[in-house]
Design a protein around this ligand. Structure first.
Ligand SMILES: Nc1ncnc2c1ncn2[C@@H]1O[C@H](COP(=O)(O)OP(=O)(O)OP(=O)(O)O)[C@@H](O)[C@H]1O
Length: 644
């Protein structure tokens, strides 16, 4: 158990960085492995010099000095664990897993990476401050740090997904090239689980498999891949449970997390970004999920970069490299197994029986800084400053720079799209089916609206009941038709929450390269046709025949068609609004505002000839779709009708 006494005291070493930089002492009784490592390092040095064509860093390469570690025997020397510059890598991380050395992943390097939010004060607010690092095939890089330290920002920067209000400088290279990663080269599991809530786990994964896996793969194989991945993520027990959302309880948060991962690893992406993959999972589930991801990295040679909050010690041991951030600065970047040594040599040894990752995070978390009050001899801010400085001037930082530079020079192939996916036609068909099921199961999409439309049309039908052919019925017919064109289409905003959910899922899947805009538009449009036809026909017929509009099936068909086209148009308009304003309330207000202006210009409230020029007549009258709906309705109703 942790007690106050176990909390590490910060007793600054006389020169924390010196212990990392001093020359190794070659003693006669050094362990053979240590002596061997020195030889390795000399070889390594020459490899770097030869390969890079650049002078090697000053001083010989050497293992970490154990410094004032109190945590047991020396860890293996850095070089013997971590470095084989020529062949790639041979890290010993990843407990019990062996690399097959395959090269299916991408080499990712970033040098002097700064991300800033521009502002008037001091040139803006830096979110990331001069980070350098790399991620290699066959390995997992864990990004850790206190909340708000910049983990997601780093992942976003590496994945090319930074938000537009930030500025980025520095170099990010993929396979040694300046490539943009977005759209299908990599997969990114975001912190939020954006899933289709109406589908079951199995349906969600199967649809995703059909969308992402190439047409050349037989359907049975796609199904098998989906089933295997479901089992790998431990979801077989809940495979037939709906995912669920705010209105319907479905699977748990941890299970949703696993579904998100499941969908993104279906294609075995070359580069996988995971933002908090284990949040919401219990320790056993975390271990199983992470060990499958480690397997994906090591057996298939994929590159994995994961931000992680609170790994258990077993999960922590699965990682290869650790990037520890504090306020956007690197506290440590290097092999997981060397982190303990780094902390220890700087005066922060990990107490016995404490999970090392907890210890690192506790040491650098200044949000709840109680050290001063507890009399620990120094604040967390000071501890962070010592560690950041120590890392910057350390041997390991130089090695990271060298490694990044070496990888940078290894020009690999241009990154291909990850799955090189299903054809456009397949994507359209799958999206149509998926969207149709979603619309069918989501009460808010059309069913609620259908109920409201029926109620409204009953009201219209009874208010204008059996309208007759009096002089007054001319104006009444006009008003009734205008109301149908305006209000029934206006009600499309009722489906806005569902549109926003759709757009979020589309945004995630498009960025991950599952499909493009064209397939989404086709799928969404085709799947909505039956519902919109139903809405136009059932409530439309009730209003039409109760009011007693012009007789003849052709007139009713024309009426229903105009209503259908109007609804399609407004649905599309609301989808555009949902993509621009992805917030329920703001979106509904914006959509209602646009429709209000169009209604006003539809030629009913003010006759077209009386509309003031410019703007209201040209172009607004011609843009307002109500104009065309009203014209169509009026022609259909009044042509051929005689009034006494
Ligand atoms: N686009 C942005 N504009 C302004 N500030 C931002 C932006 N993106 C991130 N930040 C700020 O940068 C800091 C780091 O955010 P980030 O999401 O990267 O932290 P994190 O380490 O992932 O945190 P957590 O573990 O809580 O998810 C936060 O203070 C956040 O408010």
């Amino acid at each position: 158990m942790d007690t106050a006494a176990n909390v590490p005291r910060w007793t600054p070493s006389p020169s924390p960085t010196r212990s990392l930089l001093k020359e190794p002492e070659t003693k006669a009784n050094d362990a053979p492995s240590k002596r061997k490592s020195s030889v390795d390092e000399v070889e390594l040095q020459s490899i770097i010099s030869e390969e890079d064509g650049k002078p090697a860093a000053a001083g010989p390469m050497f293992p970490f000095s154990t410094g004032n570690s109190t945590t047991g025997p020396d860890p293996p020397p850095y070089s013997s664990m971590a470095i084989d510059m020529k062949e790639g890598k041979s890290y010993e991380g990843g407990k019990g897993l062996t690399s097959k050395g395959s090269r299916n992943g991408l080499l990712l390097t970033w040098t002097d990476l700064w991300v800033t939010v521009p502002g008037a004060k001091n040139g803006g607010r830096p979110l990331l401050q001069g980070l350098t690092g790399y991620a290699e095939p066959g390995e997992i890089l864990a990004i850790m740090g206190p909340s708000g330290s910049g983990k997601t920002t780093l992942l976003d920067a590496l994945a090319g997904r930074l938000s537009s209000n930030t500025q980025q400088t520095g170099e990010i290279l993929i396979n040694g090239r300046k490539e943009t990663l977005a759209f299908g080269t990599s997969a990114y599991v975001t912190q939020d689980d954006i899933l289709m809530t109406t589908l079951t786990v199995r349906e969600a994964v199967h649809f995703s498999a059909q969308l992402q896996l190439p047409d050349s793969m037989p359907t049975s194989e796609k199904k098998e891949r989906a089933e295997i991945t479901i089992r790998e993520m431990g979801l077989q027990g809940s495979a037939d449970t709906r995912i669920g959302g705010w209105n319907v309880k479905g699977i748990s948060g941890g299970q949703k997390r696993r579904v998100s991962i499941c969908i993104e690893i279906l294609t075995r992406p070359k580069l996988l970004f995971l933002d908090e993959p284990t949040s919401g999972l219990d320790s056993a589930a975390s271990y199983h999920v992470m060990s499958h991801i480690v397997k994906l990295a090591r057996q298939d040679g994929r590159t994995v970069v994961a931000s992680i909050h609170q790994p258990s010690s077993e999960v922590f041991e699965l990682f290869h490299n650790l990037c520890l951030l504090s306020s956007g600065k690197t506290v440590y970047f290097g092999p997981v197994s060397m982190a303990e040594q780094f902390f220890s040599s700087n005066g922060f040894p990990c107490p016995a029986l404490r999970n090392p990752s907890d210890h690192y995070l506790r040491t650098i978390n200044a949000d709840f800084d109680m050290d001063v009050e507890q009399g620990h001899g120094g604040s967390t801010e000071e501890a962070i400053s010592v560690l950041v400085k120590s890392y910057k001037s350390s041997e390991i930082s130089q090695r990271v720079c060298l490694r990044a530079a070496f990888i940078r020079d290894q020009k690999g192939g241009i990154p291909e799209k990850k799955g090189s996916q299903a054809s456009f036609i397949t994507q359209c068909l799958v999206l149509t089916e998926r969207s149709f099921i979603n619309m069918y199961r989501d009460l808010g999409y059309y069913w609620l609206r259908l109920g409201v439309y029926i109620a409204l049309c009953l009201c219209v039908g009874t208010i204008y009941y059996d309208i007759g052919k009096t002089f007054g019925s001319i104006q009444a017919r006009g008003s009734m038709l205008m109301f149908v064109a305006a209000f029934l289409t206006f009600m499309a905003i009722g489906g806005f929450p569902s549109f926003v959910e759709d757009m979020k899922i589309f945004g995630r899947e498009r960025l991950n390269g599952h499909y493009g805009v064209g397939a989404f538009v086709v799928g969404n449009t085709l799947s909505s046709i039956p519902y919109l036809l139903m809405i136009s026909l059932i409530p439309g017929a009730m209003a039409y025949y109760l009011v007693g509009l012009q007789k003849g099936v052709e007139h009713f068909v024309c009426f229903a068609l105009i209503l259908f086209v109007c609804m399609m148009l407004v649905e599309s308009l609301m989808m555009i609004v949902a993509s621009i304003v992805p917030d329920f309330l703001m979106g509904i207000i914006t959509g209602a505002g646009i429709q209000g202006v169009m209604m006003l210009n539809g030629g009913f409230f003010r006759l077209p000839d009386d509309l003031p020029n410019p703007f209201w007549k040209y172009p607004m009258y011609y843009i307002a779709f109500h104009k065309y709906a009203n014209q169509g309705f009026y022609k259909n109703e009044f042509q051929g009708l005689t009034f006494p």
